[in-house]
Design a protein around this ligand. Structure first.
Ligand SMILES: NC(=O)c1ccc[n+]([C@@H]2O[C@H](COP(=O)([O-])OP(=O)(O)OC[C@H]3O[C@@H](n4cnc5c(N)ncnc54)[C@H](O)[C@@H]3O)[C@@H](O)[C@H]2O)c1
Length: 263
């Protein structure tokens, strides 16, 4: 990644921060974006502080629902670095699960706006600054390649993002710009599971423990681990971002410990 410039949305927290660090570890300079607001600015500053010395990180706030804000960030990135070689459309939200017939319109629309239109907005803002040979990586989910009970709003948006990525691969292929998606299963946060999650994972037990919930998660996977780590997702993003995947485009890379194949 040395000499390349990568943009990561949703870079203030979670896996987005790890993507920034992993890309920078391999030599990239990074444009790190997250939601407007003081908390996000602090989070982005922590992300920037986490990269190795010598790498440059430009932080900006922009809601991925706001294409004008993304275009302003893209202009700032172009002014700072001259171009953008890699776009990682990572920002996403998975909220308020419930059966498809009961999801309220606000929740449905917010999921489509962030998880699907947000990817489109990110690409429309940054790809004009991308030279031939660049790479776009859309962060999806296993919910983007199979149904996901109680998360229809999320699954529909993430499936839509796959259609967008495949279509962009066709349209941008003549410029040797590659477009692929990465599909994580459950990603460990490094924090203990919330009581609500433990109860949801083990409805069969009156007083389930965290170990019970971990076991339920492990049982869903082919490889007996409850979740993958954020860096496992980042390694997949890195592969698709760099030239080692130079002829890989229009495809989905699943990082899920075998979840999709087992259930
Ligand atoms: N964590 C998991 O288990 C998991 C599993 C599969 C897929 N994913 C996907 O990975 C990606 C990152 O998720 P995460 O787990 O790191 O989540 P996270 O909540 O820890 O981080 C998401 C980041 O996106 C930002 N964001 C949210 N809405 C935004 C908006 N409208 N505009 C700009 N930024 C916004 C948040 O501020 C946050 O920094 C998402 O696309 C998510 O769907 C996560």
């Amino acid at each position: 990644m040395t000499g390349k410039v990568a943009v990561v949305t949703g870079a203030g927290n979670g896996t987005g921060r790890v993507h920034v660090r992993r890309l920078a570890d391999e030599g990239a300079d990074v444009v790190a974006l997250d939601l407007p607001g003081t908390l996000s600015e602090q989070a982005l500053a922590e992300t920037a502080a986490s990269v190795p010395a010598g790498r440059r990180v430009l932080t900006r706030t922009a809601d991925v629902r706001d294409v004008a804000a993304l275009r302003a960030a893209a202009d700032a990135a172009a002014a700072e670095f001259g171009r953008v070689d890699v776009v990682v459309a990572n920002a996403g939200l998975c909220d308020a699960p419930g059966p498809a017939l009961t999801i309220d319109e606000l929740t449905w629309q917010r999921s489509l706006d962030i998880n699907l239109s947000g990817v489109w907005n990110t690409v429309r803002a940054f790809v004009p600054h991308m030279p031939d040979g660049g790479s776009v990586v859309v962060v999806g989910s296993t919910a983007g390649i199979r149904g996901n009970a109680n998360r229809a709003h999320y699954a529909a948006a993430k499936h839509g993002a796959v259609g967008l990525a495949r279509t962009l691969a066709i349209e941008l292929g003549p410029r040797s710009i590659r477009v692929n998606s990465v599909h994580p299963g459950a990603v460990g946060s490094g924090r203990p599971l919330a009581a609500e999650a433990i109860a949801r994972l083990r409805p069969d037990l009156a007083a389930p423990t965290e170990a019970d919930a971990r076991q339920a998660l492990s049982d869903r996977n082919l490889i007996p681990v409850p979740w993958v780590d954020a860096v496992d997702v980042s390694n997949a993003v890195l592969f698709l971002a760099c030239d080692e995947s130079r002829f890989v485009t229009g495809t989905e890379l699943v990082v899920d410990a075998g979840l999709t194949q087992k259930v």
